[in-house]
Ligand binder design. Structure first.
Ligand SMILES: Nc1ncnc2c1ncn2[C@@H]1O[C@H](COP(=O)(O)OP(=O)(O)O)[C@@H](O)[C@H]1O
Ligand SMILES: [Mg+2]
Length: 308
């Protein structure tokens, strides 16, 4: 089967693929490691006939390539190769280890810790650069952001037990928060959309971003910022190390003046998304993390949670 796919994708992409190995499947696509005479590539075959998802990822990868090609701290994944009519995408291979692995290794390795903090500075700086380059003052925040916020809030409120206690009123409050946000004319900009440690590869002193499947042209850097903050909070790492990592990130981000409503909105957006994903998961480890989060870092927004 894989050999059939190998031949098919070779023809579709007009690219000599010498080997094809499945990495994983998700809801939207099948992901392969492809060997070519010029080295490894990632091939993503999206499901179904609708090409809108594959195009979002391809466009975002194109943007990342332009950003990374003249940024020595970033690992570039090159110009993506898209076969829109086949729902097929070929992406340059980003070497290195997932940052999540590096962080766990760094627990017992001082020099790796320092390097991780330097990497966080690079990442903060990338978010800053993206923000500066992609603001669209004439446009409004993507409706998807509000729909998903409402979806997560409603799912939480409908949960047995916790829904009628801890999460009561969440969905109407989401509505109010969304309206306040909309009235504030927050200028939207590009986000990675799944800015977590697994989607950041590290090689030596450089970082490469992968997995642009959830990119959005019309969101806000606070979306990526709170995403990685909740991911960091959830990791079992020494407190001081976490604080240093976050400080490095904000150092790289530099001074910002994001309105309070945007901070509150995206904090709640990720708090609820995180809780919804963990607490409705069928994987026991997720449930345990969700409960741990509930007891510690997933309190509703307060002034202390401001991003900067
Ligand atoms: N450009 C890339 N370079 C190297 N490895 C990649 C690349 N894209 C994906 N991968 C590998 O495939 C895995 C899944 O791909 P990803 O795009 O993150 O999909 P998912 O949305 O399922 O997380 C990644 O965790 C990584 O191991
Ligand atoms: Mg991923």
């Amino acid at each position: 089967m894989d050999d059939e796919n190998r031949r098919e994708y070779s023809l579709d992409l007009q690219l000599e693929i010498t080997s094809l190995a499945l990495i994983k499947e998700n809801k939207y696509c099948v992901i392969y490691l492809a060997g070519t005479p010029d080295g490894p590539r990632i091939v993503k075959k999206y499901r179904g006939g609708d090409s809108s998802l594959v195009m979002v990822e391809a466009d975002a990868l194109g943007f990342y390539h332009h950003l990374a090609q003249d940024e020595p701290n970033l690992i570039d994944s090159g110009e993506p190769l898209l076969r829109e009519d086949r729902n097929l995408l070929c992406i340059g291979f980003v070497e290195g280890d997932a940052f999540s692995e590096v962080l766990y290794k760094a627990r017992k390795d001082d020099s790796l810790r320092d390097r991780s903090v330097r990497i966080m500075r690079i990442l903060g700086n990338v978010i800053r650069t993206i923000y500066e380059k992609t603001q669209r003052p004439q446009e409004e925040t993507s409706p998807f952001i509000f729909e998903y916020f409402n979806y997560c809030s409603t799912r939480l409120e409908q949960m047995p037990l916790l829904g009628s206690t801890l999460f009561k009123g969440m969905s109407s409050e989401a509505e109010r928060l969304s309206n306040d946000f909309r009235l504030s004319n927050i200028v939207p900009s590009f986000i990675h959309g799944d800015f977590v440690f697994k989607n950041i590869h590290i090689k030596d002193e450089r970082a490469g971003l992968i997995d642009f499947a959830n990119a959005n042209l019309l969101s806000h850097p606070l979306n990526d910022i709170y995403n990685i903050r909740f991911a960091l909070a959830n990791m079992l790492l020494p407190k001081k190390f976490k604080a240093d990592l976050l400080a490095g990130f904000y150092d790289g981000l530099g001074s910002t003046d994001f309105p309070e409503i945007a901070q509150r909105f995206y904090y709640e957006y990720h708090r609820r998304r995180w809780l919804m994903l963990k607490l409705s998961s069928r994987i026991p480890a997720d449930l345990i993390q969700g409960l741990r989060g509930l007891l510690s870092f997933t309190k509703p927004f307060t002034a202390e949670d401001k991003a900067v």
